[in-house]
Ligand binder design. Structure first.
Ligand code: GDP
Ligand code: MG
Length: 370
């Protein structure tokens, strides 16, 4: 929020100005009430009081926003939905992810070798659905913590022999907070003690009311293990996608989100990114978090090398100069030097923040020793 005086800052954190001045003195800064206080010092003092300052949007984010032009409506085309599977432990998330993957990938494709890159895409008729591969809600929360919005639809898996459990409820609140619609997959209906109606009743108490009871939540009975009901589930995903009219502009400047990344011994840093707008191409200059580089190669979840990847496509890219974090946004730059400058600025800022934290810790320690 621009420059601030010591007095204004004290008011902001609800402390006496004299107290702040004393703190500043302790940090080796001489200041009066009407002098400007720098951001570092503000953060430092605030954190000593256990207050986290809302940091103003950093300059480079503004730079990225400036790069992103508005899409013309006539350029928008339908894109595949991006789906996350959530639910209580042992209710069948992994089994469902595997079942969908194997039932909808033909063995002849690229030798039929599946690559675990953190996300995959299946074909349903002439359409596609993208699945985020990390079961549980960690992926979801990591992404959201970084402000990334990648999920269009959440499949909530509830075991019909176990019913609604704590992590079921947690998943519902995550999806609601992110404004992501839920399809309920009532799983394990092959089990003798399965009671899908009980699941419906229990979920109704959490605001998920099935259509036949006058609500608008889609329920599908499935057995992930026996691969029953999967086609219907995928159809419902596509139906919901149609209702939501998910669209993107393949001609836009490519941007999206890092799903996961690692350092590969042979290939160096590799990152799975979800392209959310535009079409990412080999040779593009990408900035992702505090890393950048020219895309050297792109591989999909079936190990196939791609030259380009359009909206909702997850691809593993090579060529970044470091390992970005899950949830980092990426954007394509025209100019390599601008990309490098931005990344250096970001890295410096991160380093400074880290140093600030360390300083506070040392101060705390000192105080304790005293
Ligand atoms: P996750 O913790 O949600 O990922 O659950 P898993 O997919 O690991 O499944 C937990 C257990 O439930 C495993 O032993 C699965 O074989 C079993 N399971 C999953 N789906 C079904 C199903 O549809 N029917 C039956 N009978 N067992 C299932
Ligand atoms: Mg699992």
């Amino acid at each position: 929020e621009g420059p601030m005086t010591v007095g204004e800052f004290a008011k902001l954190i609800r402390r006496e100005a004299s107290e702040v001045i004393k703190k500043l003195l302790f940090l080796g800064i001489m200041a009066t009430i009407n002098q400007e206080i720098d951001t570092d010092a503000m953060e430092l003092i605030a954190s000593e009081y256990g207050i986290t300052l809302e940091v103003k949007p950093p300059v480079d984010e503004e730079a990225i926003d400036m790069l992103v032009e508005e899409d013309r409506p006539e350029d928008l085309v339908p894109r595949p939905p991006v789906v996350t599977i959530m639910g209580h432990v042992d209710h069948g998330k992994t089994t469902l992810l595997d079942a969908i993957r194997h039932s909808n990938v033909t063995e002849t494709e690229a030798g039929g070798i599946t690559q675990h890159i953190g996300a995959y895409q299946v074909e349903v008729g002439d359409r596609k659905i993208t699945f985020l591969d990390t079961p549980g809600h960690e992926a979801f929360t990591t992404m959201r913590a970084r402000g990334a919005q990648v999920t269009d639809i959440c499949i909530l898996v509830v075991a019909a022999d176990d019913g609604v459990m704590p992590q079921t409820i947690e998943a519902i609140s995550h999806a609601k907070a992110a404004n992501v619609p839920i399809i309920v997959a009532v799983n394990k209906i092959d089990k003798p003690d399965a009671n899908p109606d009980r699941v419906k009743q229990e979920l109704t108490q959490h605001g998920l009311v099935p259509e036949e009871w006058g609500g608008d939540t889609i329920f599908v009975n499935i057995s992930a293990l026996k691969r029953q009901g999967l086609d219907e589930l995928l159809e419902m995903v596509l139906l919901l996608a149609d209702i939501r009219e998910l669209k993107a502009n393949p001609k836009a400047r490519p941007r999206g989100t890092v799903i996961e990344a690692k350092l590969d011994r042979g290939r160096g840093p590799v990152a799975t990114v979800l392209v959310q707008n535009g079409t990412l191409k080999v040779g593009d200059i990408v900035v992702a978090g505090t890393t950048y580089g020219r895309v050297r190669a792109m591989v999909n979840d079936r190990g196939k090398r791609l030259k380009e990847a359009g909206p909702s496509t997850p691809v593993e890219i090579q060529g970044l100069n470091g390992v970005p974090s899950a949830g980092d946004l990426f954007v394509v730059y025209d100019d390599e030097r601008a990309a490098r400058n931005l990344v250096e600025k970001r890295a410096n800022r991160e380093r400074e923040q880290m140093q600030a934290t360390t300083r506070v810790t040392l101060d705390d320690l000192y105080r304790q020793i005293r």
